[in-house]
Design a protein around this ligand. Structure first.
Ligand code: KE4
Length: 436
């Protein structure tokens, strides 16, 4: 049974947000957390346990953000907590090699066969920024192709939007990014192989790599068309261009070996993060040995980091990756996620609300549109106002969704069938409310 809406007191979060805004830009340390896309004020979190977040006013929420993907085991998984505590007792950071880095690297190389060498960094942004630099250094070419609606972190050369024509060079999407920094970034529509083919011909010999989210998760969830990833692989081979999969979100989420395992397409480089760090600040990039041997100190392409390979993050990552080898974990994620998707679809139909639902494993999205969604243009046509009303109606019923239509829901191994049922019941009411 869902909790009646509007019972929630959020006074402490309101005060906390006011205090935060006095000392931090927008009161948050990452923009999406500020609820600007849905209105209202963020709930300040006191703790997480399993699939549940508790805010500082004592309100509980079933959590489908999971720290934006990392918490595939749920909050405070005892194996991860124990591993972090044990590592912390030995020291937080050394700035020197440890065997834990090698251990996690061996796990990555075994789990993702396209990765023969891997480098740990501290965020997904660092991973993609570094992978792009290595691709440019390895090929001696400057241009990068990325796709509208795909997000790879906030590195200058990737904060870019399509130029006047889709095939022209990118222009900055943020103040502070010099035009020259994005001039070598080409932005094309997602799921459009013809645009890639034409661009590679037009910029023959100038493109170092194609950087793509193999399953787009930053415009809501947009899966690749069946021929898309194989098509990118073929085009990269034909034009001697590197294929970089940004699997920061999909890595270890949609399959043990990520989207490249699910779709049987082998990239030349892969960016990883989120789940790999078990909730601690950590990410990675890696790929073919001949490419990664360009990375300093093995090769000339420079990349470094004070806290790279941090022992606590390594411990959390090893514990998380080991937990994902247990029998039946991906089957459980699939079962719970299918249960949720079916329930949400039924609730939307019952409420008479037009939605377009996408799901790949335990990543899912409900677009408020009466059309279909296959790229940024169609995702952008969604009714974000209605999503905002739905978001708050769910929040008031103790369901914590990402505060933006252009994000995903994540199901964890901590979500029980009962919590999924509670979510579906809340959605039935919230969708009726949002339909008004
Ligand atoms: P970070 O620098 O935020 O660790 O990772 C950047 C990144 C790279 N690649 C992909 C596919 C990503 O999804 C991300 C970050 N994801 C967003 C959520 N969609 C992080 C949330 C936030 O910005 O606060």
């Amino acid at each position: 049974m869902t909790r009646q809406a509007t019972q929630l007191s959020t006074q402490k979060s309101t005060s906390a947000f006011q205090a935060a805004c006095r000392v931090m830009p927008g009161g948050v340390n990452s923009p999406v957390r500020a609820f600007q896309a849905v209105g209202g004020e963020p709930r300040f979190v006191a703790k997480g346990a399993g699939a549940v977040l508790t805010d500082i006013d004592g309100n509980d929420y079933i959590d489908y953000v999971g720290s934006w993907g990392p918490l595939i085991l749920g909050h405070t998984d005892e194996r991860v907590v124990a591993a972090i505590n044990k590592a912390a007792a030995r020291g937080a950071s050394f700035g020197a090699p440890t065997e834990q880095e090698t251990r996690l690297a061996e796990i990555v190389v075994a789990r993702v066969p396209s990765i023969e060498r891997v480098r740990f960094v501290n965020s997904g942004t660092e991973a993609t920024m570094s992978a792009v630099r290595v691709a440019r250094g390895f090929t001696g070419r400057d241009r990068i192709i990325k796709f509208e609606g795909c997000y790879h972190g906030h590195a200058d050369s990737l904060l870019v939007k399509a130029g006047s024509g889709a095939m022209t060079l990118g222009v900055p999407s943020s103040p502070g990014v010099p035009a020259g920094t994005t001039a070598d970034t080409l932005v094309l529509p997602y799921n459009d192989l013809a645009a890639v083919r034409q661009t590679l011909t037009q910029h023959a010999g100038r493109v170092a790599a194609i950087l793509v989210e193999p399953i787009a998760g930053n415009m809501g969830l947009v899966p690749p068309n069946d021929d898309y990833l194989p098509g990118l692989r073929t085009l990269c081979d034909e034009h001697d261009v590197l294929l970089i999969f940004d699997e920061v979100m999909t890595g270890f989420r949609v399959a043990p070996g990520g989207a490249q395992e699910l779709y049987h397409v082998r990239p030349d480089m892969t960016c990883l993060g989120k789940i790999l760090g078990g909730g601690l600040p950590m990410a990675a990039y890696g790929g073919r040995r001949d490419i990664m041997d360009c990375v300093a100190p093995a090769g000339p392409v420079y990349q470094a980091g004070t806290l790279s390979g941090n022992p606590l993050a390594m411990a959390a990552g090893i514990a998380t990756m080991q937990a994902l080898t247990e029998d039946g974990v991906y089957e459980q994620l699939e079962e719970r996620s299918a249960q949720l998707a079916a329930g949400l679809a039924g609730a939307a139909a019952q409420a008479g609300v037009a939605v377009y639902q996408t799901r790949v494993g335990s990543m899912l999205c409900m677009f408020f549109t009466d059309g279909s969604v296959h790229d940024f243009a169609t995702a952008s046509a969604c009714d974000t106002e209605r999503f905002g009303r739905y978001f708050h109606a769910m929040l008031d019923r103790g369901i914590y969704l990402a505060p933006s239509q252009f994000e995903c829901m994540f199901v964890s191994l901590a979500h029980s069938a009962e919590q999924i049922d509670t979510t579906i019941a809340a959605a039935a009411e919230a969708l009726r409310e949002a339909a008004q």
